[in-house]
Design a protein around this ligand. Structure first.
Ligand SMILES: C[S@@+](CC[C@H](N)C(=O)[O-])C[C@H]1O[C@@H](n2cnc3c(N)ncnc32)[C@H](O)[C@@H]1O
Length: 456
């Protein structure tokens, strides 16, 4: 028998919003049928126009707020509703932190089937704006006008920005200077439709502690016309500039940076600190985008690891070895494992630069390298994992559980895969003790967590 769907396309309904979806949308129910409403907040009563109906849920367009939540606030960005960069600027910062905690609790209960765990209040920022140290923006010509900005949600139309409130002010300045240069010398931006044009993206990085700035201009061809004028314009206007790089990407791809870099001016890296550790950041290297909260996240991981100085620690998915260096302060030996060769090269350089000697970095898949280390008799007392969104490989989790470390610290950027992996580790004999959400990306729906598991 066909399922009864209690809403009709194009019809209007009044709905009580009782929860929030993963993307920060409001969720209400009509006869127990879920309706997602972008822009609505938990606790509000809203009028919606049903614009899409699927088998198990529908999407409603917000027409009117009938009962406003106390946690609603005016977004500070004038193009917030057009731009796809932020999702929850209309929620007070307190409300954002609670939304993130609840989101974690929801999936840990529902997917992880874990209910007896302490999920702490999300650790937020004193100033939840202007926190990003890196931005990469597409450059396009639309209706004759140069546009540099973010893609409109779900499209490749560029929303022009003069100012973005989550990125460093220097980025706004570089964007406006780049527009001026393109206009003056009639340089053609890239056109995705036919692969013509020259300037694809502009990337700006600003080191938080040292204030050093890197500008990367990404082009579709090997030559960059009027490059001396570009360099002069930036040098005369940007404080702290240390590096200008021309990156060439002539592939038809969504990947922003190509493999070839030509140094136009200065040095090919900038330097920044997380805590007391110093890191070199080159155009292609991964570095967390919110340095203030990275320090909070890593210190929480270190606290959960509860090291005394005698332990052997594995840091799986170690990237450029940033967490490994934090752990090495209090461990006997740390083994960092990472799949990207370039990242392991950086990790080794970072260890030398910071004079950390009790770390060893190994390139390869964590699920292949860690079982081999254990087979060779390297037995971890504590294991830290920080996988990408898809979570840990099952083989790795089995191998970790077999090695029987007293603690597992799981750093995660996706609560759903975290919940799935904690469920497996619980079945393998570990207990989830506490989960600490950390707000690495204020104004967006993303949430990062550090979890402590131990042997009962
Ligand atoms: C979320 S990042 C964490 C990086 C690092 N811990 C940090 O905080 O900067 C995940 C890392 O896992 C790496 N990675 C992905 N799959 C992997 C695998 N199967 N084995 C080892 N590393 C992997 C990625 O290249 C990336 O550097």
């Amino acid at each position: 028998m066909a399922k009864h769907i209690p809403v009709e396309l194009g019809k209007q309904y009044e709905i009580d919003i009782t929860g929030m979806g993963f993307q920060g949308e409001g969720v209400g129910r009509i006869e127990n049928f879920a309706v997602f409403v972008k822009g609505a907040l938990k606790g509000e009563k809203v009028k919606v126009d049903i614009e899409k109906v699927q088998k198990n849920f529908a999407f409603g367009k917000l027409i009117k707020i009938l009962n406003i939540s106390e946690q609603r606030t005016n977004p500070i960005c004038p193009i917030y509703e057009l731009c796809g960069g932020c999702q929850i600027q209309h929620l007070t910062y307190e409300g954002q932190l609670e939304f993130k905690r609840e989101r974690v609790e929801n999936v840990i209960n529902r997917i992880g089937k874990i209910t007896d765990v302490k999920i702490h209040r999300t650790l937020g920022m004193a100033n939840p704006y202007r926190y990003r140290n890196k931005v990469q923006l597409p450059v396009r010509r639309e209706n004759g006008e140069i546009k540099i900005g973010f893609f409109k949600q779900g499209t490749h139309d560029v929303i022009d920005i003069d100012e973005c409130f989550i990125q460093d002010e220097v980025a706004d300045k570089v964007v406006n200077l780049t527009k001026e240069w393109i206009d003056k010398y009639r340089i053609e931006p890239y056109d995705e439709k036919d692969g013509s044009g020259l300037i694809r993206h502009i990337m700006i990085r600003r080191a938080f502690v040292t204030g050093e700035v890197m500008i990367v201009i990404v082009t579709n061809e090997n030559e960059l016309p009027y490059k001396d004028e570009f360099i002069d314009l930036m040098l005369n206007n940007i404080d702290g500039l240390k590096s200008i790089v021309h990156n060439i990407n002539n592939k038809i791809t969504n990947v922003i940076l190509g493999e070839r870099n030509i140094l136009l001016w200065g040095q090919n890296y900038i330097t920044d600190y997380i805590g007391k550790f110093k890191f070199r950041i080159s155009p292609l290297s991964f570095f967390q985008v919110n340095p203030v909260q990275t320090n909070v996240l890593y210190n929480k991981a270190l606290e959960f690891a509860d090291l005394t100085g005698d332990e052997v620690v594995f840091d799986a998915y170690c990237g450029t070895g940033t967490i490994s260096l934090f752990l090495a302060q209090r461990a006997k030996k740390v083994y960092g494992v990472e799949i990207v060769e370039e990242a392991i090269k950086n990790a080794k350089e970072n260890a030398v630069e910071n004079e950390v000697k009790n770390v060893e970095f190994i390139v390869g898949e964590s699920e292949a390298i860690i079982p081999k280390l254990i087979e060779k008799g390297v037995i971890p007392d504590v294991v830290v994992v920080d996988p990408p969104r898809k979570g840990c490989d099952e083989k790795l989790l089995h191998s970790i559980a077999n090695a029987n470390p007293s603690r597992i610290v799981y750093v995660s950027c996706d609560p759903s895969t975290l919940a799935r992996d904690l469920n497996l580790l619980e079945r393998l004999g570990y207990k989830t003790i506490e989960i600490q959400p950390v707000d690495m990306f204020p104004q967006t729906a993303h949430v990062e967590c550090v979890t402590l598991m131990s042997k009962p």
